[in-house]
Design a binder for this molecule. Structure first.
Ligand code: FAD
Ligand code: ZN
Length: 482
């Protein structure tokens, strides 16, 4: 296990490990669902990137909202710290217990309560995986438009708590834009029922949005009403070689002029990114005959059955005339489209073959993305000569996954030991462009210590006040975010 980045906590409460108290928690869910066996706890404690060590006296798996409420009542009364967890796919260490807190897994709250195709809503419990929600919507001829590569494991509760982005946020928005209503268990065990299907509800403060993106620090989301949209009738996908990030940006503008909101994804990658996938994933092939410095994966979706292909062909033609497109291929089948997407989706995983990477999930105004990348590249290679920047991501959202791989042959641990310094180098460029140090993954513990230096002081102060109001005993995910 690495000890970078820091997982230190200033939480005032730590889990009480006395057996009598643990028995009271276990009694709420039944012994079967109160896991103390380390082997059975492992899936809840092992964090995907192995960046954080986790320990817990007990993983609780409540089977109802009432049980979640009873757990929080007891936790609040005894000042026992709780870490909520969905699918354990989070990338900032927010979902694991760093200080022996009790883990509250929502994975048994996995009922799809209702699909209402007329109101265009789906009502899901927190532990429903994103994939199941999407499948249930598709069965009713609807689309639930959140799309993350982790969809098989991540949950609706986790998606909302991290305000997840993903590859379709360009057209459909981030998690926050999908939620119409929420059911939340507060720190004292009270159940906030804001589970309505209303698009229009101006009856005071929009409380649900407090809990979205709060990373489990303000309440436990137990269910949500999510907005559905009609299922697109046509989808077209192209893999495009472009000469520069600037050309990609100009092509984005042109795509939006041609296709408006039908541009559902616009993903940017460098040649090195694509090469890394080709070298390490035997089922991936280079979609284009010759190499190009940059690539764009574009997807258009439309409610109309006909004409989308033509729009994409015209876009590529105009792009070529303007020197923005060097070469391109349009998927002729669903399999081919999936193969294009596989290259994009494998990027996070194949990087480990080149050694350690220091990762950043940042956003800048869309127009500044190319300048940000160029400047960050210069800054990180000046900071650690030979380090290899691997920028890729959701160009349409100005969201770049700015990862930096260690110099070839360098010592892995020595490189990772400079995680915080490297962050500082990259975040200085982010700041210059008015960007955000966390575009879609959240703060968790990974960026907690940096937050005060980048957040407006008044905003930060308000965040602390809200935390104190909603969780006065500091039992909900202490040491995360704040
Ligand atoms: P967890 O990891 O279990 O928890 C995440 C946070 O939410 C924690 O702070 C936890 O305490 C809190 N939490 C979880 N459930 C609840 C609840 N019910 N109530 C209150 N708090 C809760 N993210 C993106 O945004 N875009 C991407 O494109 C993307 N791609 C990914 C690809 C891969 C391969 C992987 C592994 C991850 C990716 N992620 C991405 C990150 C991750 O999948 C998302 O952050 C996701 O929303 C987390 O959901 P989860 O259910 O796994 O939550
Ligand atoms: Zn992403």
């Amino acid at each position: 296990m690495l000890d970078k980045p820091s997982a230190k906590s200033d939480a005032k409460t730590v889990a009480k490990t006395d057996p009598a108290l643990l028995s009271r928690f276990a009694a709420i869910v039944g012994d079967k669902y109160a896991i103390t066996d380390p082997a059975l706890q492992a899936p809840y404690l092992i964090e995907l990137r192995h960046l954080f060590e986790a320990h817990t006296p007990m993983v609780l798996r409540p089977g109802s909202v009432g049980e979640v409420s009873a757990i929080l009542q007891l936790a609040n009364a005894t000042k026992t710290a709780i870490v909520p967890q969905g699918g354990n796919t989070g990338l900032v260490g927010g979902q694991v217990p760093h200080h022996n807190e009790i883990v509250l897994s929502l994975n048994r709250l996995d009922r799809i309560r209702e699909v209402d195709p007329t109101s265009n809503t789906i009502t899901c419990e927190a532990g429903v995986t994103l994939q199941r929600a999407r499948e249930a919507a598709a069965a009713a001829d609807r689309l639930y438009p959140q799309l993350l590569p982790s969809e098989g494991s991540c949950t609706i509760g986790g998606n909302l708590s991290t305000n997840a982005g993903g590859t379709a946020a360009l057209a459909y928005g981030i998690a926050r834009s999908h939620a119409l209503g929420l059911e939340v268990v507060l720190a004292d065990g009270r159940i906030l029922n804001a589970l309505n299907k209303l698009k229009k509800d101006n009856t005071g403060y929009d409380l649900k949005n407090l809990f979205i993106g709060a990373e489990g620090t303000l309440g436990i989301i137990t269910a949500a009403v999510l907005r559905l949209i009609p299922r697109p009738r046509a989808v077209e996908t192209a893999f495009i070689g472009v000469p520069s990030a600037e050309a990609a940006l100009e092509l984005l503008g042109m795509a939006q002029e041609h296709a408006g909101n039908d541009v559902t994804s616009f993903e940017l990658m460098t040649r090195r990114c694509v090469e890394m996938v080709l070298e390490n994933d035997s089922s991936s092939r280079d979609p284009l005959a010759a190499p190009h410095a940059w690539y764009v994966l574009v997807e258009l979706s439309s409610q109309l059955r006909d004409g989308l292909r033509l729009i994409l062909e015209e876009l590529l033609e105009h792009g070529m005339e303007r020197g923005l497109v060097a070469d391109a291929t349009i998927a002729d089948s669903l399999e081919q489209a999936k193969a294009f997407w596989r290259i994009r989706e494998m990027l996070g995983e194949v990087q480990r073959h080149a050694g350690a990477s220091i990762k950043h999930d940042v956003s800048v105004p869309v127009a500044s993305a190319p300048a940000f990348i160029a400047e960050a590249n210069a800054a990180v290679t000046a900071f650690i000569p030979g380090s290899r920047p691997l920028p890729f991501g959701h160009l349409g959202d100005g969201n770049i996954h700015y990862n930096v791989t260690q110099p070839a042959g360098a010592d892995k641990d020595a490189f990772l030991a400079r995680w915080n310094e490297m962050n500082a180098v990259v975040f200085a460029v982010v700041k210059k462009y008015g960007g955000s140090i966390s575009a879609e993954h959240g703060i968790g513990v990974m960026k907690r210590d940096i937050l005060p230096s980048v957040k407006d002081p008044v905003a930060y102060d308000l965040m602390r006040s809200l935390k104190a109001l909603l969780d006065p005993n500091g039992i909900l995910n202490p040491g995360k975010v704040l």
